[in-house]
Design a protein around this ligand. Structure first.
Ligand code: UTP
Length: 288
């Protein structure tokens, strides 16, 4: 079964990045020189997803504009004969089709996903939380789509986390099915360490069925923010099942300044034109 469409919820306030997020969408903040959201869009495109719906708040249109052609810039690069940069720029707008819907009130992640319902229609879809960046040779969402093709239901990404991280994350109760795949028996949001059924925490990659929209709709009007995406997945689990795919690749949570800084350093370390200078500067910083 193919998954053609994805939702990227990006309408949150980004309070952990204030003051910069007063005017700049959090997802447009750079990991080195690429906006954070580009990593999710690239991952989607590499997995064959054709269409992405961003959920944004008013004033955050830059998030979608970024993925449109930039004719003035492109003709300037063409005139200068800077073919490499030109191709790179054209690649950004031709990766995948994008559109956006507004979430006018920040009523939570589940509500944000629901805002894209009409764009998705009656077919399975992927969700990317753009704060989660995964460095992997093959796109993580592609592995989730494979699990979905085999088992159906809802599929979520998980990763092993240290004990101290458990109380701030969503954790699954796993039944191993082999080869990094688990059946999810239950999901617990932000458990106390002693109540946590495992150290497998949810990462922001999902493949979901349209029945999840129904579960989100069923949330009481006015209190929909109280239904989180994990609650909706849990609600359809009894009928359709839920599965998890464990990632072991390098992962960053760029939803916090320190996480963003680490991801930027990691990205710079992978670049020949920066790694040596950065390493020697870091050494002097550590030793000072
Ligand atoms: P977060 O919980 O990280 O919230 O949302 P946030 O606003 O991005 O950041 P902080 O906590 O205030 O610093 C997880 C994802 O869900 C989206 C966010 O944009 C982020 O991608 N989201 C959250 C929405 O789209 N709408 C919401 O109402 C809440």
């Amino acid at each position: 079964m193919t998954v053609r469409k994805a939702i990227i919820p990006a309408a949150g306030f980004g309070t952990r990045f204030l003051p910069v997020t007063r005017t700049i969408p959090k997802v447009m903040l750079p990991v080195l020189n690429e906006p954070a959201i580009q990593f999710s869009v690239q991952e989607a495109a590499r997995a064959g997803i054709e269409r992405i719906v961003f959920v944004i708040s008013r004033g955050q249109e830059a998030t979608n504009d970024y993925f449109r052609p930039a004719p003035a810039l492109e003709s300037a690069l063409e005139t200068r004969g800077n073919t490499e940069l030109l191709n790179e720029q054209r690649g950004i707008s031709s990766m995948v089709r994008t559109s956006f819907v507004y979430q006018d009130e920040q009523l939570g992640l589940g509500h944000a996903v629901l805002m894209a319902r009409d764009e998705i229609g009656d077919e399975p879809f992927a969700v990317f939380l753009p704060d989660d960046i995964i460095w992997s040779d093959s796109p993580t969402i592609g592995a989730l789509i494979d699990v979905f093709s085999q088992h159906g239901g809802s599929v979520i990404a998980v990763r092993q986390v240290p004990d101290e991280a458990i109380p701030s994350l969503g954790v699954i109760d796993p039944e191993p099915l082999g080869d990094k795949v688990y059946r999810v028996k239950r999901m617990v949001e932000k458990p106390r360490l002693e109540d946590a059924p495992s150290n497998l925490a949810i990462v922001g990659r999902y493949v979901l069925t349209p029945q999840v929209f129904d579960a989100l709709e069923r949330a009481r009007p006015g209190a929909i923010g109280e239904i989180q995406l994990t609650d909706a997945i849990d609600a359809v689990r009894a009928e359709q099942g839920a599965y998890a795919y464990e990632i072991t690749d390098d992962h960053f949570d760029v939803g916090t300044p320190i996480g963003m800084l680490k991801a930027s350093i990691y990205a710079a370390m992978k670049r020949d034109d920066m790694a040596d200078e950065l390493k020697s500067w870091l050494k002097t910083m550590v030793n000072s």
